[in-house]
Design a protein around this ligand. Sequence first.
Ligand code: ADP
Length: 398
Amino acid sequence: MKVLVVNAGSSSLKFTMYRMTGEKVLAKGLVERIGMDGPRLKFETHEGNKIELKALVTNHDEALALICKKLVDPECGVIKSLSEVEAIGHRVVHGGEKFTESVLVDGSVKDIIRECFSLAPLHNPPNLGGIEACEHTFVGTPNVAVFDTAFHQTMPASSYLYAIPHELYEKKGIRKYGFHGTSHKFVTQAMAEYLGKPVEKLKLISCHLGNGGSVAAVDGGKVLDTTMGMTPLAGLVMGTRCGDIDPGVVIYMLQSGMSVKEVDEMLNKKSGLFGVAGIGSSDMRDMLEAADEGLGHAKQAVDMFVHRLISFIGAYYTALGGVDAIALTGGIGENSIPIRAKTVAKLAVFGCKLDEKANQKQGEAVTITTPDSPLPIVVMPTDEELMIARETKALAGK
Ligand code: ADP
């Protein structure tokens, strides 16, 4: 079975084409800067063909048409005809409370994705645009929607409710939804396999540390709690997002004359590592280099990042009543040797000791605590596209 995975953003359309036998990536790439100056296609295949070209693309339909043209191109393509694509999986950011798992797309599913526009105004509209572009191009091929929020729908009300008047939840849907669910689900399954323990028996703290970041407490494959909230602004210190903050600060900023737009911009785009460090970057590699050189407040930013992370790990350890393992993933979790070392050091209270040699590895599954550590900390690379492809195969194959 061949499955196409599509991730449609406001100005980009990313794709990965899988042959599900052996879960092999046949081709992947993206069209970026859609509807902006100088749109570009980047396309590469498992056979090493690489294409990068400028294109005139004003919407998702045109972007998809361009990708399809390359997929079937006799020179660089990986399929003979589009009819070889048996199912298409779509990343959809917000499924609200309606979707607890992935679904085959039909009219009513699209209506609910539309209903969730107000909860994810930047993401759900283009996600739906991607689905509709595929409906136009691949007539009759099943489309599957895989939601970032779905895995977290098992959270109990004690985790997902905010301590505000209950009617705000009932009338406006104000509650914690959580994000990165596809990644946390992939990591949960991969950890169960890695540890040789059934998912149903696994207590896990999954830490997705990328530009955005979130921690999830997972008990028997069900999320007990997670750090992102109604929006992806809550929780960890992120690249440019503030994470948890006293809501009184927001009121104070508004009262002191900042507009809603300015506060939004400040907390989403100018805060986090970027805002604290003041070195003009939000990248953890730059942060660590600048911290070594004593530049700006980079050391402070790194310390805050680790402090916030281990605080959530401690809280979730308690909430779960102990855990079997902690998983680190995302760009920072998979690659940043110093951040991992600092994190393990701060978790000494659980008996964790760093295995210095294992911690030199990057981008592969590895236990970075010593064998005598009672709580293993494991680097587990995530693969959201593959998770979407698996869910798509399972649903379309039914
Ligand atoms: P996104 O959330 O955009 O998908 P990623 O998961 O790619 O982001 O993570 C990006 C982060 O990972 C950046 O802060 C980057 O500095 C960090 N990162 C990537 N590679 C390394 C590395 N080798 N060492 C340290 N940090 C890294």
